[in-house]
Design a protein around this ligand. Structure first.
Ligand SMILES: Cc1cc2nc3c(=O)[nH]c(=O)nc-3n(C[C@H](O)[C@H](O)[C@H](O)COP(=O)(O)O)c2cc1C
Length: 338
């Protein structure tokens, strides 16, 4: 029996409700998409650049050598994970998916599905000011990571206190979340280095900043004591006219590889995409919309099966390029497509 493609299953369910991604530049059918929803900001240029920046590379084939079985396990903030691919944080699900799934069930499926695949999931922090913060309670039962909005200090402190007692594995702040409804309500702000240091001191475990798109910001994250960064333009959802993440990742990696954990996201729909990001300097790769589609298509099982598919694609790329283990994946194994 053919394996179910849970990403496509989910896409089909959402398409029937007119919930689609923006994709005006990559040749797919253009449909209306926005934020909230699954689209990108403005004309969807940042969204599309994530995909087109990956397309600039190809994998060098090195087949004529001893056969081997690639090992995909890696260490991530002190935890063993079977693959360096994890679920990106997402929230605002009730609104973005027009009630197709409730946010708590969505997060639960992601955390459990990632755990079943031997990796780890992240949970986002909703703009919905009325919603209860259910993430700490979920994290008591399954390992996971929480990403909080760049709320005002007292709100971040409250969230971090709740998370600390839940057994959260690491905490991130999506600094590019300083926009939208919460900003209008005075609830989220940009953060300067002094504020960042204060936030960093709130949690003893690993902390990272998500939404880094310049070498300057990456260096500030390092200098203010964060253990990691996510190179991300929020899937093109924050502003239009950002770079694609694969365009900026190598410069950031040049400065910070092995000093902090470098994560990246944007347009990951297969293990091959993840392989390119690893070759460009990432330690761990996040997937957002593909995981979201998999939850809609098959819940916890959908997430696990999609991650299993990513694993076999990543292994295939490693076999073809001669990489026995994750640390063998470097800029040597890819080339820019002229
Ligand atoms: C519906 C939706 C909700 C999101 N919510 C959050 C969030 O709460 N916090 C966050 O840091 N990123 C959020 N993101 C951004 C993702 O974490 C990720 O950066 C982005 O989707 C890029 O990955 P992709 O191209 O694989 O989708 C959201 C993305 C989507 C599609």
């Amino acid at each position: 029996m053919n394996k179910i493609d849970y990403i496509n299953e989910g896409k089909q369910i959402l398409r029937d409700k007119d919930i689609v991604e923006t994709d005006s530049f990559c040749g797919e059918k253009i449909m209306h998409a926005s934020v909230p929803g699954l689209g990108g900001a403005g004309r969807g240029i940042s969204f599309s650049r994530n995909k087109s920046s990956l397309l600039k590379y190809y994998i060098k084939h090195r087949m004529l050598s001893d056969h081997f079985s690639p090992e995909t396990n890696t260490n991530f903030f002190g935890q063993d994970i079977k693959i360096p691919i994890i679920a990106a944080p997402m929230s605002g699900i009730k609104t973005s998916l027009k009630g197709v799934i409730q946010e708590r069930d969505f997060h639960k499926s992601i955390l459990e599905g990632c755990s079943d695949a031997g990796t780890i999931g992240m949970c986002g922090d909703s703009y919905d000011t009325t919603a209860e913060y259910h993430v700490p309670e979920l994290l008591k039962d399954v390992r996971g990571i929480a990403v909080c909005k760049p709320r005002i200090f007292s709100d971040i402190k409250n969230r971090i206190q709740l998370l600390s007692v839940s057994g959260v594995h690491a905490i991130g702040i999506d600094i590019d979340g300083a926009a939208g409804m919460l900003l209008e309500a005075g609830k989220v702000t940009k953060k300067n280095p002094l504020e960042l240091k204060k936030i960093r001191s709130l949690f003893d475990g690993p902390m990272f900043l998500k939404g880094i798109m310049s070498v300057e910001d990456a260096l500030i994250a390092h200098q203010t004591g964060f253990d990691g960064i996510v190179v991300s333009n929020h899937g093109g959802r924050s502003i239009d006219y950002s770079l694609g993440t694969a365009d900026i990742l190598p410069a950031i990696s040049d400065k910070l590889k092995r000093k902090i954990t470098i994560m990246v996201d944007g347009g990951v729909v297969s293990g091959y995409d993840a392989f390119i990001y690893l070759a460009l300097g990432a330690d761990v790769v996040l997937s957002g919309r593909s995981i979201l589609h998999s939850v809609v298509g098959g819940g916890r099982t959908g997430v696990t099966e999609t991650l299993n598919k990513f694993t076999s694609e990543l292994k295939r790329a490693m076999l073809f390029s001669g990489c026995r283990k994750i640390s063998d994946i470097s800029s040597e194994v890819i080339e820019k497509y002229e």
